[in-house]
Each structure stands twice: as C-alpha cells, then as structure tokens.
Design a protein around this ligand. Sequence first.
Ligand SMILES: [Zn+2]
Length: 476
Amino acid sequence: MGFSARFVCWLTAALVAIAPRAFAQALPDLGSAGDATLSPQMERRLGENVMRDIRFREPSYVDDPEVAEYLAGLGARLAQGSSAVRQDFEFFAIRDSSINAFALPGGFVGVHTGLITTSETESELASVLAHEMAHVTQRHIARMIGQQQQMQMPMMVALAAAILLGRSRPDLASGAIAATQAGAVQASLGYSRDFEREADRIGLQALDAAGFDARAMALFFEKLQRASRVADDGTMPGYLRTHPITFERIADAQNKAAALPYRQHLDSPDFQLVRAKLRAEAGDARDAVSYMDAAVREKRYASEAAARYGLATALLRAARAKDAEAEMARLRATNTGGAMIETLDARIKQALKQPDAAVKVLSAARGRYAHSRAVLYAYIDALQQAGQNEAALANLAEPMRLYPRDALLHQLQAKGYAAIGKRLLQQLQGSLPAAIEQLQLARSAGDGDFYQLSVVDARLKELRSQHTQELRDAKK
Ligand SMILES: [Zn+2]
C-alpha cells in the first residue's frame, strides 16, 4: 500500500518536471482541434521518460532479467496473435502483491508480481496481458489524453500518470491531480466502457490465436470480482478501478470464448518457475523458506520442480547455501530442464565460494540456451567473479554486436575493463613490460568501441614511453 502512494506521487512529480522540456517541440500538434490523439512518437517518448524513472528510481521495479525475459516471451506470443498493428512492447514487473497490470504510453506494460503469483494458469496471466496490449494497439491511452486538449501540458501528463498506473490508492492519485489544478477531470480516470469492451474483444482474439485457453479471461474476471467482494475495508484491487468489471463483461467474455473451439493450454515450465521465484523472493526470507518448505512437504504444487526451485531460491536468500545445494540436487533428480534452474545452480555455487564450478554450469547452459539473455548476463558475471576478465570481454564481443543498445552488456564490459585496469595498476609496481603485454591482451580481447580502444591505446603509448625512458635511464 505504501508503495502505491509513493509511486503515484513521485511519478506524477517526475512527469510534470519532464513535460515542458520533452514536449516543447511537439506541443503545437496537441493544440490542433482536428487531432484528438497523441502522436505515436510523442506517446513513445512519454512512455520512455516514465520508464527511465521507474528503472532508476522506483525500488519496487523488479530488476530481474529472467522475469523480464519470461514476460517478453509471453507478450511476443500474444503479439503474434494480433496481426493488425505493428507495435513494440516492453514488459516489466513491479513488486507489489496487489493484482494489477497497466499500460504506459508507447507500449510499456507493467505487471504487478501479485498478478503473476495469483494467476493459477498461464492463460489467466496471458488474458490480462492481452487486454492491456489491446489498450495499447487500439491507442486508447493516446485517445484519452488527446481528448483533454484544453488542458495545460503538465496537467495532461499528471492525468496520464494517474490513469495509466491503475493505482490502488485513487485518493492519493486525485490528491496529486488536484495539486496540478486538474481536479475537474477526475471523472475521466479509468478506461471508458467502450474501451474496456474493445480491449476485451481484441484481447480475447489474441489469446485464442496464440493458443491459450480463451475461457481463462472470464474465469479471471470472476476471480477478481470475488476478491473485490471479500475486501470489506473499502479497498478494491487496483485493476478493478481502471478496468471496472461488470457482469456484462464477464458474460461477454464467456459467450465469446464458448464460440471458440476448446483448447487445452499446457503451461510453460517457466511460468511455474517465475511464480516460484517471485514467491520465494517476497517478504521475509525465513517466512519464504517456511512457506516453500511446507509446499514441498505437503505436495501443494502444480510442479514439483518449481516448488523445489522456489525452496532452493528461498534457502539461498536466507543465507543457507548448503541447504540450497541439497535442494538443488533433489530438483535435478526430477529431470526438469530450464535456463532458470541453471542460473540458480550457479548462484548457489557462487554462494558456496565455488566460482569456477559456477562458470562451468553456465558455460554449458550458454550452449543449451543460446537465445537467453539472462543466461548470458549470468555467464559473463560468473566469469568476472572467477577473475576471468579477458574471457568475459571476449564473450561479450558478439552479443554486443547483436544487441548494441543493451545497457547491461555495456555495464559488464565497463566492469571488465575496470578490473583489468586495476590489476594493471598493481602490476605497474612490478614490471612495465608485463603491464604492456597485459594491456595488449586486453585490447585484443574484446571489441571495445572507439572510445574505449583509444583509452587503452593512450595508456599503452604512455607505458611504452615510460618503459623507453626507464631503459634509457638504466643505460646512464
Ligand atoms: Zn482495461
């Protein structure tokens, strides 16, 4: 709860601060009466600004490449189902136990961890994502913001923030809006019934086309409605506030699903692993161990491997690496595959001070899960932890060519250069020729960019002239 308040407030403030600068050039577009929408470029820019703040300032942002990779995969399957609109999506998780998901302008879709852990099937989770994605592809957000043309830009942006977050504390959100003197538009918070109906219809099509069980949408709506009835303290799941669920919506989703051929969808193993990981990482570490331990002992699980994975994750978190190792052995005995299992095994080995064993596990995993960015990050990190910085840089070369905009790869590369530089300094106190040789090795190891290479070259030049000077001095 405390999260929502902080989240809405800072985000609103950040947006208001950003708005005049980011929108100065595009403002005239918004003033034209004929255009009732935000341009896709402005929408994307607005979304990117919000995302930057979420990534760097929001402590509840789940900075976990495995969770992000899972959500991206699920989103990509759904996007294939809706062929009509070309739109880039980016998914991220927010650590919050409430059931919620929200779309920001520009295709950024946030998912509360509570939604992931509450979904009992992958189709249920997919149904909410599909609905949010439809709000984006149908440009509902741009149309809502665009309708408020008479407003000043800061108010507009504050309003957008309040609408889009699907916040669970509307009282605080309206406070933020009142502060920007846009109180009059509170009534328009939340999607209209027409937008909801359209998002349901298009979301359901995407769900079915992607091979998920289309009945899951109505099932999940009912679950949300039950949850809202149970909450007698006046609070309502945030999702319900921005996406009011009516009997009409449930009946509609049921009828449309009934008209489709029945499809049983097998949940991907990663769905269960991601849920187990988020559960194991929530709340107090010792409570998480007890919870996961009870689930394993009482066989309360959809997948034994995922339950054991969750227990091992919780044990590692509780600084019980030895016990986590034993649980990993039992998990391995279930013969379940998955990149997430390999990276957990490596993390356990690192905690047990076996950095080389961790490298070995991840080196094999790199071969098996070549597409996984999460495995790549873990592998590079493991090489660096094992002191194999040249190998880490060499292994970064190809991925950095493939994904030049991946910030984490750049960070890992900088870390590698820094480690080599530090060692170099230590060696400088020893002999210069060795230092020069090391620097030459570093230069040929990675495919550093022009800036980095020129830094290395400058240092090399410096060392060589220093070495020449030393030789000259020695002759005197
Ligand atoms: Zn909606």
